[in-house]
Design a protein around this ligand. Structure first.
Ligand code: SF4
Length: 232
């Protein structure tokens, strides 16, 4: 729970036409105990580049569900090496085998929301305890649920301030930045995977599909529950 007092509407408006560097600098100057949870998507790699290049005091971590692609573990190590930073792996309470013993095999096929709750939402909730704010890499044009995201928000789900430095960026903005700055990114992006999560729940997309269509394909689910809140 945060005790930091900020006029989030005014801050969001003031930062709207600035850059991710300016937003992250502002956040690290105004919000103590700031964390960045990354899944090493293209957007997350942009933010890690900014944090690493500018040595911003932001604790970078990832939710290591135990079900990530080898390519995801590879880009994790490449980013740490390039920027000289440590990206903490936050694990669920149960290993994949322990979860299978407790809830049955392949919970993701039967109850993906429950699986995400156990392997992502609960570990993130524990990881965010003690932080005043957290950074995400969401963009407004990724899903209808993200269309109203602001640069600075109050995250009622976790009781924190939430900073979204890339909300106004497009897919092309992100890739232009990665190429221009020689930022490491997940090799699966070049094999038809624009959005990458756990192996069992991620498939490639075909031209014309929504960029997140390969996540939980055929289930009607398109969020892991980390960024969606019920409106007050
Ligand atoms: S993305 Fe799939 S495997 Fe990963 S936590 Fe969610 S349901 Fe489980």
């Amino acid at each position: 729970m945060t005790d930091v007092v900020i006029d989030i509407g005014a801050a969001s408006r003031a930062l709207e036409d600035t850059t991710p560097v300016a937003i992250l600098r502002w956040a690290s100057e105004h919000i103590p105990r700031l964390g960045f949870a990354t899944g090493f998507g293209a957007e997350g790699c942009v933010i890690i580049d900014v944090i690493g290049k500018h040595q911003l005091p932001i604790d970078v971590f990832t939710l290591d569900t135990g079900l990530l692609f080898p390519e995801t573990y590879a880009v994790w190590r490449a980013l740490e090496a390039k920027y000289g930073i440590t990206i903490r792996g936050v694990k669920p309470e149960q290993s994949v085998d322990e979860q299978a013993a407790a809830h049955g095999a392949a919970l993701w096929e039967r109850e993906p929301d429950r699986c995400c709750e156990l392997r992502k939402v609960q570990p993130l909730t524990r990881a965010l305890a003690g932080f005043a704010g957290w950074i995400t890499a969401i963009r407004r044009d990724q899903t209808p649920e993200r269309a109203d995201a602001q640069i600075v928000e109050r995250d009622r789900k976790f009781g924190l301030l939430k900073i979204n430095p890339l909300v106004a960026w497009t897919h092309d903005d992100v890739w232009g930045y990665l190429y221009a700055n020689d930022v490491p990114y997940n090799a699966l992006h070049e094999r038809g995977y624009p959005s990458i999560g756990c192996q069992p729940c991620t498939s490639p997309v075909v031209p014309g599909e929504n960029l997140r269509a390969g996540r939980w394909r055929g289930t009607g689910k398109n969020e892991c529950g980390l960024h969606v809140e019920k409106k007050a």
